[in-house]
Design a protein around this ligand. Structure first.
Ligand code: KIV
Ligand code: ZN
Length: 529
């Protein structure tokens, strides 16, 4: 059996379906470039028919990352119908290597209650539309959605039809994270045993797991042990509800326990894992829990005295991987106020940022402003600045001025001046039950939105009194249809109040530019997938 496991990254599609994780086009491009550097084999760049913005993002990724010398395959998701497949093909067509990923549910619960079609209709649609996709693209993946709860005998039938119609990869989603590792491994083994055309035609079997019971990584690895040779994963495990399988966990499990997985390995450059995780966390505003395996801040921290003693004698006593092997403690060159544009540009290139001249000019200006407030500027500071810069593109309102008065014995009051998209200043003042609340109330008054702060995080990017504060917020906005939608925003500044105002405004801007429609709190976007 082939030892290589294909890494299919769906951070930009299933991952972006995490509530509030909406990414703008420059952010998606930057993440796609980093995924290529990380060495993923396939980038699922989006669901092209979902919106004009999704179509543009997939097309731009295909035209940019898809042209690299060792470009990953660029894929787009499509339901099993002509309009979706045409749109997916239109978006990925320009990539050197492209894929259409089409899916149709096969579980009785989905067939009866969601699609309202019979098993026979399902089989017919799979045959017709996989074959249509194959008439456009040589690389076609088919996913029987909710395979984890489908009748295995029916699944074998559908998968045989998909292979006969030209599918080159069969992906087996445990859409609702229901299976245990033993069951999921057996499901994969059963498919390989019973769908004889898989072996005859060299079709790749792929695993796609969700983490509702915290079993996504375990299920994915069980599937690989059973013979799957593609794993669908996301950075930091972000995704619908409890998320998808985390890329970094699968990659490092295979690499740390090669005998157990019979030498199955990926082409991932593991030293890029931490950097990729930080970029995705900053851009999606989804904070990585400190105890997250591989990429969490505490993943290699040793607190107990006994552990520290052991570590000093021999790191192998308490470490099964070296932190450097996944990108912790890699070179952290320091820049300062004497560093010029060339030094900054050089450092950013080494960090993997491919900026246009205009973007570099802006970054340099912010870097210089930062040097006035902070003696040394580290990679972490630059990452925070860049994430902040990308977040602020296409703003409806810009923050011009912010002032907050707070303290014991008085009611906190914020005054804010914004510049609207016509360049006109708009100012107001508002009271709040705390300084943050006053800022939010004031921005709501000026922008005339009814947004509510539902999450607020602040953390220092580096140590020291002059550290940059990274603020991430999540807000709920009620749209005209009465439904509540979530938006996230972030900002980085040496002044926490300024960073808070900008982060809140960034979330409001997202809401306004999407007509108040992001991911519904009660009905996430994938419900329509
Ligand atoms: O979880 C799922 O079923 C999916 C499919 C669309 C592949 O994401
Ligand atoms: Zn999924």
């Amino acid at each position: 059996m082939e030892d290589r496991v294909i890494v299919f990254d769906t951070t930009l599609r299933d991952g972006e379906q995490s509530p509030g994780a909406t990414l703008n086009l420059p952010e998606k491009l930057e993440i796609a470039r980093q995924l290529a550097r990380l060495g993923v084999d396939v980038i699922e760049a989006g669901f092209a028919i979902a919106s004009p913005g999704d179509y543009e993002a997939v097309s731009r990724i295909a035209a940019d990352v898809g042209q690299l010398e060792h470009a990953p395959v660029i894929a787009s998701l499509a339901r099993c119908n002509k309009a979706d497949i045409d749109r997916a093909w239109g978006a990925v067509q320009s990539a050197r290597r492209n894929r259409i990923h089409t899916f149709l549910a096969t579980s009785d619960i989905h067939l009866q209650h969601k699609l309202r079609i019979s098993r026979n209709d399902c089989i017919e649609q799979v045959g017709e539309f996989v074959s249509y996709a194959r008439s456009l693209c040589a690389d076609v993946e088919f996913s029987p959605e909710d395979a984890g709860r489908s009748d295995p005998e029916f699944l074998y039938q559908v998968l045989s039809v998909a292979v006969a119609a030209g599918a080159t990869t069969l992906n087996i989603p445990d859409t609702v994270g229901y299976r245990t590792p033993e069951e999921y491994g057996e499901l994969i083994a059963g498919i390989i045993r019973n769908v004889s055309s898989i072996r005859e035609k060299g079709v790749i079997v792929s695993v796609h797991c969700h983490d509702d019971l915290g079993l996504a990584t375990a299920n994915t690895l069980a599937g690989i042990r059973a013979g799957a040779r593609q794993a669908e994963v996301t950075i930091n495990g972000i995704g619908e509800r409890a998320g998808n399988t985390s890329l970094e966990e699968v990659v490092m499990a295979l690499r740390t326990r090669p005998q157990f997985y019979n030498g199955a390995d990926t082409r991932i450059d593991a030293t890029q894992l931490v950097r990729t995780s930080k970029m995705v966390s900053a851009m999606t505003s989804i904070v990585v829990q400190p105890n997250k395996a591989i990429v969490g801040a505490n993943a290699f921290a040793h607190e107990a005295g006994i552990h520290q003693d052991g570590m000093l004698k021999n790191a192998a006593t308490y470490e099964i991987m070296r932190p450097e092997s996944v990108g912790w403690n890699s070179t952290n060159l320091v820049l300062g106020k004497h560093s010029g544009r060339a030094a900054l540009s050089d450092r950013l290139k080494q960090m993997g940022y491919d900026l246009t001249r205009e973007e570099l000019d802006k970054a340099f200006q912010r870097f210089k402003e930062l040097c006035d407030k902070k003696k040394v500027v580290t990679d972490a500071d630059l990452e925070a600045l860049l994430a902040d810069q990308l977040e602020r593109l296409n703003e409806v309102y810009q923050l011009d001025h912010i002032n907050v008065t707070t303290g014991t014995g008085n009611t906190p009051v914020a005054s804010v001046r914004l510049i609207d998209d016509k360049g006109e200043p708009r100012e107001d003042a508002a009271l709040g039950n705390g300084p943050i609340n006053a800022i939010c109330n004031c921005i709501n008054r000026i922008t005339r939105v009814d947004a509510k702060l539902s999450e607020f995080h602040v953390h220092a990017v580096t140590e020291g009194i002059d550290a940059i504060a990274n603020v991430t917020v999540r807000i709920e906005m009620t749209a005209e249809d009465g439904r509540k939608y979530i938006f996230s925003g972030r900002s980085a500044d040496t002044d926490t109040v300024v960073a808070t105002g900008r982060a809140y405004l960034a979330a409001v801007n997202k809401g306004l530019s999407r007509g108040g429609r992001g991911q519904a709190v009660d009905a996430p976007r994938a419900a329509t997938v």
